[in-house]
Design a protein around this ligand. Sequence first.
Ligand code: DAH
Length: 356
Amino acid sequence: MNDLDALVQSARELFARAATPADLENAKAQFLGKSGRMTELMKGMAALSVEEKKTRGAAINVAKQAIEAALNERRHELAEAELQRQLHAEALDVTLPGRQRGTGGLHPVSLTMERIEAIFGSMGFEVADGPEIESDWFNFTALNTPEDHPARSMHDTFYVEGGSEKAPNLLRTHTSPMQIRHAVQHVKRYKALAGAPADGLFSGDMPEIRVIAPGRTYRVDSDATHSPMFHQCEGLWIGENVSFKDLKFVFTDFCRTFFESDDLVLRFRPSFFPFTEPSAEIDIQFQTGPLAGRWLEVAGSGQVHPNVVRNMGLDPEKYIGFAFGMGPDRLTMLRYGVNDLRLFFDGDIRFLSQFR
Ligand code: DAH
C-alpha cells in the first residue's frame, strides 16, 4: 500500500469513528484543513521535477477526492442517523385509541322526572315549576293545615329568614303549595276573561286544571330512607265532574306505564291529609319480579278539600277534583332496584354511570 492509499484509509477510519457532525468536522480538518495532511503533501511536491509533479499531483488529487467522498458519505450517514433518532423520538402511534370526552348522562331521578312528565303530558297534564323557598301561607295555611299541626314544628321544617311573622319563609316541605300557586294563576286568567271580580270565588266556566309540579322538597330528616332534600311530584286535576274514579283511572294508567307492567295492581288505603277529604295512600303491587306480592306505598292522594278549593279562588259548590303527591326518589328505587336512597346523593360515578 502506498502512502496515499494509507492516508485515505486512515481518513476513512477516523471519519467512521466520528459520532457527531462536530467530531466529523474536526476529523476533516486533520486531512483537508489549511494545515492538514493534504496541504503538507502539496507542499512536499515543491522539490519534484515537472514530470514527477504531474503524476504525483494526479495521485494526490485522486486521494483527495477519495477523502472528500468518504467525508460526504459519513456526513450523510450522521444526518440520516440524526433524522432517524428524531423520527423515533417524535413518533406518534396512530393506532392508539383516541382520547375521548366522557359522555355524561342524566341522574336516575332526573330520568324518572322526565318519565313522569312524559306520561302525564300524554294525558293532558301541564308541567308547573315553583319556588323552593316558600311562604308558610302556601306551604301550610292555604292547604288547610292548622296552626298546631306537627308538620309545622321546628323539628320537621327548615325555617329561613325573610317573610313576615305571620307568614314566615321556609323550605317547602312538599310540592303541594304548587296546587294553590298554579290554580290561582289559572283561575285569575278565566276570572278576567269572564269579567268576574278578582277576589270572589269563581263559579263561571273555565277549562279544567290539569297539572303536575315536580321538584325538590325539604324536611329535617336523615337516614337510609330519608334525606333532608328529596323530590316530590304533585298532581292536581280540578273540574266540574272530576271524581275519585278519575284519580283511580289516571294513577293506575300512570303506574302501569311507568313500570311497564300491565298486571300491576293498585290499592287505595284510607288515610288523612289536611288538604284532602277523603284521603288515601296509594300502594302498588307487582305480580312478577323481585318485589312481587309486596304492597309498596308510592303516593298520597285525595279529593281536594273544599277549603283548599276556596283558597284557589273557586266555588267548591261548582268545582271539585283530586290531588296526589308522589315520591320520584322512591319510584326510581323501585324501578331500578336501588336499596339505599343515599346512593342518589353521594355522586359516585360508578353508581351514576350505570344509568347512562
Ligand atoms: N303533600 C303530601 C306529603 O308530602 C303528599 C300528598 C298527599 C299530596 C295527598 C297530595 C295529596 O296532593 O292529595 O306527604
